[in-house]
Design a protein around this ligand. Structure first.
Ligand SMILES: NC(=O)c1ccc[n+]([C@@H]2O[C@H](COP(=O)([O-])OP(=O)(O)OC[C@H]3O[C@@H](n4cnc5c(N)ncnc54)[C@H](OP(=O)(O)O)[C@@H]3O)[C@@H](O)[C@H]2O)c1
Length: 306
């Protein structure tokens, strides 16, 4: 589709996009499950690129940036060569991080950092974030570990992915093809449980994860890869004085974005967290990329090259 190149206006910065992260939200929109997004629309909620014009001194021409925002939902998105991005959505890419990796950072890492913070994460806490190969599960695990979690536990339903996780140094991953979630968390924490669960998976996993909470723990629900509906045992909350809450990235205040970006930038810069790219796909094959993400369930991100 031919769209005119955007120009600088209303605090927006013109970005030449070089890579775009593919997320499950694109699948939700294409399946008609997200009424706020209306056709015609260029998809893509996050990306990385180079500042062309309008970034002032903070984002001078030629700077490498990554960003997310309402792109690909209420306005055109990152599956595109150019985009006019609001300045407040931009973050510089640390020199040691490739643009391809950075393109898959914004949604997952901002979500992970903000949910950890809202759940009262501090050094020494035990965190469970299901799906080590998924973007949110992996980002929560890496950020919790880098910031001093006692345990940063994750899961996979796939035996090969469990081995891949161990090879990559994620040694607190429960292989759900071999062990029940409750048994795995109990084994790793010696019966204590999880202080914080960040769940992007929904369905049966959410229900089981609730049963792993420690006394006074909390579960944050934010996604539904395995299903929007589930049944819970209310005594998992009542008997443990535990709580359950929800999260939506784009409803968070600007201040929370700023704080999360600065933590993520410094951990990336220090090499304490390392985004994982499973596959790169050219823009012309964007539809296949979404299919591969949802059906192939890769370990790491699918990124469009532009
Ligand atoms: N509320 C927010 O602000 C917000 C922000 C970011 C993401 N989200 C949502 O969070 C969810 C996860 O996003 P993501 O980017 O982490 O997804 P992803 O990268 O596609 O990972 C999803 C993971 O879910 C696991 N899974 C378990 N059961 C599944 C099933 N029945 N079908 C498919 N996958 C299953 C898979 O891991 P295994 O194969 O290893 O089991 C898969 O790797 C999505 O619904 C997304 O829209 C919401």
């Amino acid at each position: 589709m031919d769209i005119p190149k955007p120009s600088v206006s209303d605090g927006r910065v013109v970005i030449r996009i070089t890579a775009a992260g593919v997320t499950p939200l694109e699948h939700t929109i294409l399946s008609g499950g997200y009424p706020r997004a209306k056709a015609p629309l260029v998809l893509g909620g996050e990306g990385a690129g180079v500042v062309e014009e309008g970034g002032g001194t903070a984002f001078s021409a030629g700077s490498r940036v990554m960003f997310t925002g309402p792109y690909g939902v209420s306005e055109n998105g990152t599956s595109s060569e150019w985009l006019a991005v609001r300045k407040e959505n931009l973050c510089l890419i640390p020199d040691n991080v490739e643009a391809l990796s950075a393109a898959g950072v914004p949604v997952a890492y901002l979500t992970a950092q903000m949910t950890l913070s809202l759940a009262g994460f501090a050094k020494g806490k035990t965190v469970l974030a299901p799906a080590i190969g998924g973007s949110v599960g992996n980002a929560v695990t890496q950020l919790a570990r880098a910031q001093g979690a006692k345990h940063a536990i994750s899961t996979t339903t796939n035996h090969a992915k469990a081995q891949q996780a161990r090879n990559l140094g994620f040694d607190e991953v429960i292989d759900l093809s071999e062990e029940k979630l409750s048994d795995g968390v109990s084994r790793i924490t010696e019966g204590y449980g999880a202080d914080i669960v960040i769940d992007a998976i929904g369905g049966e996993i959410l229900s089981q994860a609730l049963g792993t909470l420690a006394i006074g723990g909390s579960l944050t629900t934010l996604g539904y890869s395995a299903g929007r509906k589930t049944t819970i045992d209310v005594t998992d909350l009542i008997w443990k004085r535990a709580s359950m809450k929800s999260f939506s990235l784009f409803a968070q205040p600007a201040e929370a974005w700023g704080t999360a970006w600065s933590i993520i930038f410094s951990l990336l810069h220090a090499g304490a967290v390392k985004p994982i790219v499973a596959k790169t796909v050219p823009l012309a094959e964007a539809a296949d990329a979404v299919r591969y993400l949802v059906e192939g369930r890769p370990f790491g991100r699918v990124v469009l090259t532009i």
